[in-house]
Design a protein around this ligand. Structure first.
Ligand code: AMP
Ligand code: ZN
Length: 134
């Protein structure tokens, strides 16, 4: 994709601090890290989101994701793995990517807030999710 910033990083048209590279997958530092060491893991093939990802490419990216997470785990206290799909979920770069975010004791970041189900809401949404499974 000619206008995709991550495709340009893959083709080395724009610079990035590369952590790992193989035929299918690239890992590089996020330019605006949540914490120092925040790394992005991307397939080299341009696919917009998890729904578009061919299973074999996704599987290979997941193995690199774990490789990077294991490395970051040695220099941090914990790891968050994130993956945003669609604008409503704050996906700003439309080239599939995992975020690997090192966490540190007392780094000031908060856990996400949890809601409470009311009445039959839980059963109802679970039924819808089961119906939509493919
Ligand atoms: P998302 O909101 O999940 O689409 O995240 C996109 C991420 O890409 C953000 O965390 C950005 O900081 C990161 N990002 C955008 N441009 C670059 C770049 N040129 N090099 C490295 N990371 C980038
Ligand atoms: Zn791309």
């Amino acid at each position: 994709m000619s206008d995709c910033i991550f495709c340009k990083i893959i083709s080395k048209e724009i610079p990035a601090e590369i952590i790992y590279e193989d035929d299918n997958t690239l890992a590089f530092l996020d330019i605006n890290p949540i914490n120092v060491g925040h790394t992005l893991v991307i397939p080299k093939a341009h696919h917009e989101n998890i729904f578009d990802m061919p299973e074999d490419i996704l599987s290979k990216a997941v193995l690199v994701l774990r490789k990077v997470a294991k490395s970051l785990d040695k220099i941090s206290d914990g790891i968050n793995i994130g993956q945003n799909n669609r604008l409503a979920a704050n996906q700003l770069v439309n080239h599939f990517h995992f975020h690997v975010i090192p966490r540190f004791e007392n780094d000031g970041l908060k856990h996400w807030p949890g809601k409470i189900y009311n009445e039959s809401e839980g059963k109802s949404v679970a039924e819808k999710i089961r119906e939509n499974l493919e």
